[in-house]
Ligand binder design. Structure first.
Ligand SMILES: Nc1ncnc2c1ncn2[C@@H]1O[C@H](COP(=O)(O)OP(=O)(O)OP(=O)(O)O)[C@@H](O)[C@H]1O
Ligand SMILES: [Mg+2]
Length: 288
């Protein structure tokens, strides 16, 4: 079967051989299909960022391999440059790496690096800002540091979208955002996926809202892939997740409490909207 993105027996050790050798990933295998939304979850230090950096060739396996479109990702410089255009990566806290004086320059950096002409760069910048819901004209001349944290995050995402990738990987994109910022960011990712057929891979601590969008969830623990399944499969393993210190969305926990009280509700509920629907259904049934 053709493989879009995946890993085969991937292991990664930082500073191998020395006294500080750390095995951050151990014997990880999985496959991701084109067009999926995939969540990578796991406690702090479990290897999420390390795994993500392998998926666009920023880190190379110590053993095993990472596959993109049936081919192992190798070290060839030209291949890697092309790969990083097709697989865009938004780092953890990306705004800490802003280095331009204006939003325009920040978003224009990558397309300029491709050697595109000024007019095309401009088109790319406007299109990328539009895709993240920012009206380009209002933002291009502003200093990126003077934006709100939510706006900064959107600019960082636009900076990666300006390469027009087919896969978008985001490492903890909601870190430091408030609940409404998180909701709108996840909505945006869902729209990229649905309307633009972008494959989206996202690591997160915030399962609320995003869990119901996921086609697949990968759970890491101490560098090992301990669970790999659909959102419903993974989130039904509540005790295991708890032992890993991973909390289910609060609304899901409430559904479990209701079941414990003897009410027949569905526990595969991960967002407020779904919970509201499920509770309304319950109330209608009780009133019959
Ligand atoms: N550059 C590095 N050099 C050495 N060890 C590292 C490096 N980066 C990460 N590690 C180690 O590798 C392991 C996995 O780290 P990683 O950053 O991938 O975890 P994470 O799941 O992304 O954590 P968090 O949720 O805190 O972002 C940890 O033990 C960490 O200390
Ligand atoms: Mg991390």
């Amino acid at each position: 079967m053709p493989m879009f993105i995946g890993a085969e027996k991937l292991s990664h050790t930082y500073m191998p051989g020395g006294p500080f050798a750390t095995e951050a990933l151990h014997d990880i295998s999985f496959r991701i299909e084109k067009g999926e939304i995939v969540l990578i979850i796991g406690p702090s230090g479990s290897g999420k960022s390390t795994l993500i950096q392998h998926l666009n060739g920023l880190l190379m396996p110590t053993s095993g391999q990472v596959i993109f479109e049936d081919r192992p990702i190798g070290k060839d410089r030209k291949d890697l440059l092309l790969l990083r255009r097709r697989i865009g990566l938004v780092f953890q806290m990306p705004e800490e790496q802003f280095f331009s004086e204006t939003v325009f320059d920040e978003v224009a950096f990558a397309p300029r690096n491709l050697g595109l002409d000024d007019e095309t760069v401009r088109e790319r910048v406007y299109a990328a800002l539009k895709r993240v819901g920012l009206v380009a004209g209002q933002y291009i001349n502003r200093h990126p540091f003077h934006l709100s944290s939510g706006q900064k995050r959107l600019v960082a995402i636009a900076a990666v979208l300006s390469l027009q990738p087919e896969v978008l990987i985001l490492d903890e994109p909601t870190a430091g955002l408030d609940p409404s910022g998180r909701r709108s960011l996840f909505k945006l990712l869902a729209a990229f996926n649905r309307k633009e057929d972008l494959t989206v891979i996202v690591s997160t601590h915030h399962l609320e809202e995003v869990a119901s969008l996921a086609d697949r969830v990968l759970v890491l623990q101490e560098g090992r892939l301990v669970i790999n399944g659909s959102a419903d499969e993974v989130f039904s393993r509540r005790d295991e997740l708890r032992r890993l210190g991973l909390a289910l969305p609060e609304v899901t926990e409430i559904m479990y409490d209701l079941v414990a009280e003897g009410l027949a509700v569905n526990t595969a509920v991960y967002s407020l909207k779904e919970a509201r629907r499920e509770l309304n259904r319950l109330i209608r049934r009780e009133n019959r």
